[in-house]
Design a protein around this ligand. Sequence first.
Ligand code: C5P
Length: 232
Amino acid sequence: MGKDVIIACDFSNKEETLKFLDLFKDEKPYVKIGMELFYGAGPEIVKEIKKRGHKIFLDLKLCDIPNTVMKAMKVLSELDVDMCNLHASGTIPMMEAAIKGLTRADGTRPLLIAVTQLTSTSEEVMKRDLLIDEKLDKVVMHYANNAKLAGLDGVVCSPLEAGKVKEVCGKEFMTVTPGVRFADGEVGDQVRVTTPEKAKEIGSDYIVVGRPITQAEDPVAAYRRCVAEFVG
Ligand code: C5P
C-alpha cells in the first residue's frame, strides 16, 4: 500500500481552490474535497481537479438508508473519485450497499473508508446524547471492525489510534489520519495531533493535512516537507 500526503482543500469556492492548486507546477498532490466546497461548487469541481491530474478523496461522510447510499455512491463512482467515505454508524447493511453502489461494471471501484466516531464526540457526549455506555476506544475499534466485515478498505482516525486499528483489523486495513502538525508548527483547533514522521512510525497509510500546507507562506515547500517526513 502506497503512503501519501492528502491536502485538505478547505476553501469555500472553486476560484480559491484552483488558484491554490496552480501553485503546484512539478507535482500533482492527492487532494481532499469536503462538504463545503462540494456543496458550493458542485460536482464540476471534482471533474475539473480530476482533469488536472490530481487524485481525489471526496469527504462527504454519507449516512442514510442502504438503498439511498447505494445510489449516491454510484453517482460518486461515476465522478471517478479515488476515495470516498461514510459513517460506520449507518451499520453493516448500509456499508455493504455502499460497496455495491461504488463497484463499476468492470469490477473496479474507488477506495471506501469509514468514519467511526467523530473526533469531536467525547466519551461523555457519546453516553449522554447517543446512549452508548462504552469506552470511546472500544466503540471506535468495534466500528472499524464492522467496516472491515462489510468489505471497506479502512477508516479515518486519529494517527494516535492507527496502531490499534491495525492490531484489531489487520495491517492491510487502511488508516487515513488528519490531525497532523509539524513539530515546530501551530496546532490551531486540533487537540490530539502528531507529526508526519510520528504518523509514519505509528502506521498511518495516508495523512490528511490542511492548514499547515494551505496557510503556509510557501505551500509547495510545506507540502514537500510533509512528503519528505511522511513518505521519506
Ligand atoms: O487544517 P487541518 O490540517 O486541521 O485539516 C484537517 C482536515 O481533516 C480538515 O478538512 C478536517 O475537517 C478533517 N478532519 C479532521 N478530523 C477528523 C476528520 C476530518 O480534522 N476526525
